[in-house]
Design a protein around this ligand. Sequence first.
Ligand SMILES: O=C(O)CCC(=O)C(=O)O
Length: 243
Amino acid sequence: MAEAALEAVRRALQEFPAAARDLNVPRVVPYLDEPPSPLCFYRDWVCPNRPCIIRNALQHWPALQKWSLSYLRATVGSTEVSVAVTPDGYADAVRGDRFVMPAERRLPISHVLDVLEGRAQHPGVLYVQKQCSNLPTELPQLLSDIESHVPWASESLGKMPDAVNFWLGDASAVTSLHKDHYENLYCVVSGEKHFLLHPPSDRPFIPYRNAVLVMVRVPDRLLAPCLPDLAFRSLHTSNLPAD
Ligand SMILES: O=C(O)CCC(=O)C(=O)O
């Protein structure tokens, strides 16, 4: 009897993610043709944890017209920024029992652009990707090309952004599955970005376990796509997503 009840619970749990999606998760992420009002943004998207794609939100940013590769080269080409370097593009990735952080190099933006354009070689995959407001701290010359915050979002959330980050990479740079403790506004100035989103109802089915936090630590010449040979530096153990 108890076994039958347990089996029924197991079955119900197995069906739960699909049922929750059917009930509550739109099949496609909706497009808005203009930015929502602060109230609508909060009510319709932030509160129910729903993603949306907003068109025509950044038209007034000079960056949209200006940020070509040649402009970036001329304006910030010689500026050194922190660049994540990985053997295969997977930064902050779980490998076996380890959570592997990328190596970090200080490189001039012009070198990153050369590599992205195929004009220069660098071992591994380069990705300008920081979470600590690298736009104002590392590339202040670009600030006049954007707004320092997105006014309708700041009003909606009742605060200014905690961080304003600049990301630059190509299709091989992949950020691992994670949950942010922030609301994110991702402003695509050029190119495209693919996100794989899970609804909150998937959370119990995404495996978590303890992983040893390590960092890729190899000379550049060894950053070849052969992970098993890489050396790692242990940082500390932390509770992190398993996949
Ligand atoms: O752009 C990326 O690669 C990652 C962005 C990210 O981590 C995020 O939006 O939470």
